[in-house]
Design a binder for this molecule. Structure first.
Ligand code: UD1
Length: 435
């Protein structure tokens, strides 16, 4: 359903303070990881976004108790879990459903999970997840879109990842926590949310060492107990606001963040001539000079430049005079939104599926555009804030998957932004955006 649109009048400099929510990508993993716990988990700093509501619904369908009990607090109790089957439309909608494979396998030695969906930016394989489960002694097959995994018992082993994968690293960690003996994950992903999931599991009694490095060692324990945990701040939401501040020539204090997680972005913004001032839990982004300098950016696994900030960053590069090159090294098809930016007057050409060349310096002009996926949707918001005139953004369901109170936060910074019903639906939308 495309029943709402965002309407933004561009050209306002964002000013003030914004408080960043809990990390969506960490919260989705921590919620599913609670399946491994025999007791009540109280998870704080959980953002109220649609991916989270979907996951809570799936966790309940397994016979567990799960619900928001405060603004940002979720209580989950999976002591009485009844089902090993996570299937259905809600499961297919979100990529994080892949974590049900590791968590159900770890807890029940059996999992049937619909092949996970999520945003469409190329093939999203799960071979590394399955390879890890196999090393621990599980068999798997895929039948009519459902992955079935079983193990008589799980025994730790060394798993060499062929690609650096956030999802596979977390999933194997989940399967290994209650296994016998020691599991070693080599070439593990180092993203902040991998560390956060390990910290959550350790606080519930797991024995995981090395998260945040290439090698993670998990010594199996008999049982996990309940407890409380607070999710880290959202690196990608923080980055989106930092970029929006720079894009509008503004001055914004981005609060409640871990500045270390932002280093690759802060460095690029400074290279472009944007002012960055770091505090313990905040970064101030301010524009020192009217013209931004061009720069090249390559996405990489953490601590490199995050692929999820590639769309908003490419949007910012349209403002910098000269030629900038954005190279996408993580996903094979993540430039589908470029046509939308070009409709707003950007000059971006795709040299290859992994390289976008921006001829920057021209002003964007408002237009009706589609959010092609979650982070591409964030890029449309940044573009609209930069543009002359009014931009209408459709397909908000993507943006709503990952940004809590987006309009409210932007409004507080001075943005002219509102949400309206789409009635009737414009013709160009009937064929666009639905994947
Ligand atoms: C997570 C994030 C997503 C982000 C991505 C990379 C969540 C819910 N999503 O996705 O927003 O863009 O990390 O930072 O946290 N790959 C394989 N085989 C596998 C798994 C992955 O070849 O079994 C490849 C993928 O095709 C991709 C690369 O590894 O090219 C990275 O994928 P991965 O890190 O697994 O991404 P996700 O965990 O799905």
């Amino acid at each position: 359903m495309n029943d709402e649109k965002m309407v933004i009048l561009g050209g306002v400099r964002l000013r003030g303070e914004v408080k960043i929510s809990g990390a969506k990508n960490s919260a989705v993993a921590v919620l599913v990881a609670s399946i491994l716990v025999n007791g009540k988990c109280v998870i704080e700093n959980v953002p109220r976004v649609s991916d989270i509501y979907n996951l809570i619904g799936i966790i309940k369908s397994l016979g567990c108790e799960a619900d928001f009990v405060g603004d940002d607090t979720v209580e989950i109790d999976c002591s009485e879990i009844k089902s090993y089957k996570a299937t259905g439309a809600a499961v297919r909608k979100i990529r994080a459903s892949s974590y049900f494979m590791g968590a159900l396998l770890g807890r029940l030695h059996k999992a049937s999970v619909d092949l996970p969906g999520g945003c469409d930016f190329g093939v999203r394989p799960i071979d590394q997840h399955l390879k890890g489960f196999k090393a621990l002694g599980a068999d798997s097959d895929i039948e009519y879109g459902v992955v079935n995994i079983t193990a008589d018992k799980l025994v730790g082993d060394t798993v060499y990842m062929d690609v650096v994968s956030v999802g596979a690293t977390i999933d194997v960690m989940l399967a290994a926590v209650l296994a016998e003996g020691m599991t070693v994950i080599e070439s593990a992903a180092k993203e902040p949310h991998v560390v956060d999931v390990a910290n959550f599991l350790n606080s519930m009694g797991a024995n995981i060492r090395g998260a945040g490095t290439d090698v993670i060692k998990i010594r199996g324990v008999k049982e996990l107990h309940g407890g409380s945990f607070s999710v880290i701040p959202d690196q990608i939401e923080a980055g989106t606001f930092m970029i929006a501040a720079a894009a509008t020539g503004g001055d914004v204090l981005v609060n409640n963040i871990i500045p270390k997680h932002m280093e690759s972005l802060s460095a690029k913004l400074e290279e472009m001539g944007v002012g960055i001032e770091e505090f313990d839990e905040a970064i101030r982004v301010f524009v020192k000079q009217p013209e931004l300098r061009r720069c090249n950016v390559k996405t990489q696994p953490y601590p490199g430049f995050p692929t999820d900030l590639q769309p908003p960053m490419l949007t910012l590069l349209t403002k910098a005079k000269g030629t900038s090159i954005m190279t996408e090294n993580v996903w094979e098809n993540r430039f589908q939104y470029v046509s939308e930016l070009n409709r707003m007057g950007a000059y971006i050409s795709l040299e290859d599926s992994d390289e976008a060349v921006v001829e920057g310096g021209s002003k964007l002009v408002g237009a009706p555009v589609c959010a092609k996926d979650l982070r591409a949707g964030a890029a449309m918001v940044v573009a609209a804030l930069m543009a002359d005139g009014v931009t209408e953004i459709y397909n908000l369901k993507y943006i709503d998957r990952g940004y809590e109170n987006f309009e409210k936060k932007l409004k507080k910074l001075g943005a002219q932004i509102t949400r309206r019903c789409v009635n009737p639906m414009p013709d160009f939308l009937k064929t666009a955006g639905e994947k």
